[in-house]
Design a protein around this ligand. Sequence first.
Ligand code: CU
Length: 260
Amino acid sequence: MQELLGLPAAASSHAGDIDQMIVLIHWLMAVLFVGWGAFFVYVLVRFSRRANPKADYAGAKGKLSKGIEVAIVIAEMVLLIGYAIPAWAKRVQQFPSEGEATVVRVVGEQFAWNVQYPGADGKFGRTDVKLVSADNPLGLDRSDPDGKDDVTTINQLNVPVDRPVLVQLSSKDVIHSFGLYEMRVKQDAIPGLRIPVWFIPTVTTADMRQKLGKADFDYEITCSQLCGLGHFRMRGFLTVQSATDYQKWMADQLKEKAGN
Ligand SMILES: [Cu+2]
């Protein structure tokens, strides 16, 4: 079933849980589709006008349909209580602590993803909407010492593999949706709210390229909410790196920043 559904490659620790649920739901739907389809054809024949010239006001009296309905309700409850709610609870209750995670802020805007890293001090610099300008899309307060070492990027999110990533998500203008398909992450970005979302990437971009046999493959950050005319080009990239490559990348960013 999983191959049949054509799901994107899975590259996060919880992707398996989500995929399993998607597969089970599709099995249930496939059974219902075939079952109800067959029942419909049966009804067409069984209750045709030719076979029943006179209407029977009492209707059908069999117990089978009730039994099937109860079975379907039970199957749906198992999916909901056994799979969906526990999977969701893990996403919203078991957040990694800031110390063990790569913490990053992502701010959506029409039509780009702004990324802010706290830098070596682990503290995000102050931001203020009043300071937002063309060359300061996040509205960073450059006089704040906490922000001196903050690294910012546009449409590019780098994270190390096998370590929780904690994204603090928000938006500057309208509702966007932060979609990382291979990570099985999707979360609305809402103006005025800072929404945490987390995942553990398990496959680096380089390994995924090899696995898929596509040298130009990249994990994409997709805006999954129709957010305006330029929605189609609101696209960023997620690069999952080994811990050393990530550290090197971060050091390069800091060096570049110091050079400015
Ligand atoms: Cu958008």
